[in-house]
Design a protein around this ligand. Structure first.
Ligand SMILES: [Fe+2]
Length: 332
C-alpha cells in the first residue's frame, strides 16, 4: 500500500524520484522574508545600490535569528518530513531555519556576459564539509534552499546536476570506509597518500561533472523553497545580472543513518528510494567499515570572525533607525 504523505502529491513524488528535487512555491511569505532580510546590508556593511562597495562575489553570513520551520514555512516543513520518512526520523536541532544568508553579488568581470557552460563552473560539490561521507550519512539529509530574493536565469541561482546523484551514489556505495570532503573533491578516509589526488580513488567533482549533460539552474521567487536529494551535485553560478541574490542553505540531519535494507519496503523514505533508484537496486545491505566522525571546517572559524564584525555594525545602528519589530532577535 502506498505511503500517505502530509503534503506531497503523487506528482511531487514522481518528480522527486525522477529528478532528485522538488520546489515548494510560496512556502513562506514575502512579508516574513522582508522582515528577515531588512538588516542584511547593514550587517554586510555594503550599499546595495553602489556596486563599488561590493567587494566579494559571494558571502556566507552567520545567523542571528532562528525560527522553527513549522511556523516560518509550514508547507516546506511538511514536505521535508514526507521526503525523510516522518518527523520522528529528523534531528530536532535541524527543525529551525535562520538568517544565515548566502549572498551572490557577482563580479564586474561576468556582468552582462554570456553564461559559461555549466560543466565549466568552478564550484561543483556535494554539501557537508563537516563529516566523513558514507552512502547512508545522516548528517546532511537534504539539500535545502529557501529563496529570499527573486532569482532570474543568469542571476546567480545555484546550478544543479540531477544526473550527478547517480555518480555520487555509486562512488559512495563503493567506499564503505567513507570519504573525506577535501575541497571540491572526495578522498577515501583511509588514504595514507601525502597528496589526496595521488589516491587511485580520489574523486574530483570538477572533473566528473564533465560527464554530465543535464543541468537545472535554481531560479525562483521570494518564498520558494527547493528541496533536493543530499547527493545532488551543485555549484554556485555567476551572477551575470548583478541583482543581489539571497538564499540560505540550512542543514537537515537524521537521528539515524539512512537505511537501504528495510524488511518492509513501505518504510523507505523518498530520499532512500531515490538513492536505491540511482543505484539500480531494490535493496542494499550497506555497512560502513570505519567510525563515523565529524570534521571542523575552516568555514566555521571564518564565520565566527564575521559575526563579531556584524555585531559591531548592528550595535552602531541606533534603535530608532532600525525601527520596531526586531526585538525578538536572539544574538548567540
Ligand atoms: Fe553547497
Amino acid at each position: 500500500m502506498p505511503k500517505q504523505f502530509e503534503y506531497l502529491s503523487p506528482e511531487h513524488v514522481d518528480f522527486f524520484l525522477d529528478n532528485g528535487y522538488i520546489v515548494i512555491k510560496n512556502a513562506f511569505t514575502k512579508e516574513r522574508s522582508a522582515e528577515w532580510t531588512k538588516d542584511v546590508w547593514v550587517r554586510l556593511g555594503i550599499d546595495p545600490h553602489d556596486k563599488s562597495t561590493w567587494e566579494s562575489e559571494r558571502i556566507h553570513m552567520p545567523w542571528f535569528y532562528r525560527e522553527t520551520i513549522a511556523t516560518f514555512a509550514p508547507n516546506a516543513w511538511a514536505a521535508m518530513k514526507d521526503l525523510l520518512g516522518g518527523e520522528e526520523r529528523i534531528n530536532e536541532e535541524a527543525s529551525q531555519w535562520g538568517d544565515s544568508f548566502i549572498v551572490n553579488l557577482g563580479t564586474e568581470h561576468w556582468e552582462n556576459t554570456e553564461p559559461l557552460p555549466p560543466q565549466e563552473l568552478d564550484n561543483w560539490h556535494v554539501d557537508g564539509d563537516f563529516f566523513v561521507h558514507y552512502l547512508d550519512s545522516p548528517e546532511q539529509a537534504l539539500l535545502v534552499i529557501p529563496i529570499f530574493s527573486d532569482i532570474k536565469p543568469m542571476g546567480g541561482g545555484t546550478m544543479t546536476c540531477p544526473e550527478g546523484i547517480e555518480l555520487i551514489a555509486r562512488y559512495l556505495a563503493a567506499h564503505p570506509e567513507g570519504v573525506l570532503p577535501t575541497g571540491l573533491s572526495f578522498t577515501p578516509s583511509t588514504s595514507t597518500y601525502e597528496k589526496n589526488e595521488d589516491h587511485p580513488d580520489y574523486w574530483s567533482h570538477l572533473k566528473e561533472i564533465k560527464r554530465c549533460k543535464q543541468f537545472v539552474e535554481m531560479t525562483g521567487e521570494i518564498g520558494d523553497v527547493v528541496l533536493m536529494h543530499p547527493l545532488m551535485l551543485h555549484s554556485a553560478s555567476k551572477n551575470h545580472l548583478r541583482i543581489p541574490r539571497i538564499i540560505t542553505n540550512p542543514p537537515v540531519s537524521l537521528k539515524e543513518p539512512f537505511n537501504f535494507d528495510r524488511e518492509d519496503p513501505s518504510e523507505y523514505s523518498l530520499v532512500e528510494r531515490k538513492t536505491l533508484k540511482a543505484l539500480g537496486v531494490q535493496r542494499l545491505p550497506f555497512k560502513i567499515t570505519t567510525e563515523r566522525r565529524r570534521i571542523v571546517p575552516a568555514r566555521v572559524l571564518r564565520q565566527q570572525k564575521m559575526m563579531e564584525e556584524e555585531k559591531k555594525r548592528l550595535a552602531a545602528l541606533s534603535e530608532k533607525e532600525r525601527g520596531g519589530g526586531y526585538n525578538a532577535v536572539m544574538v548567540k
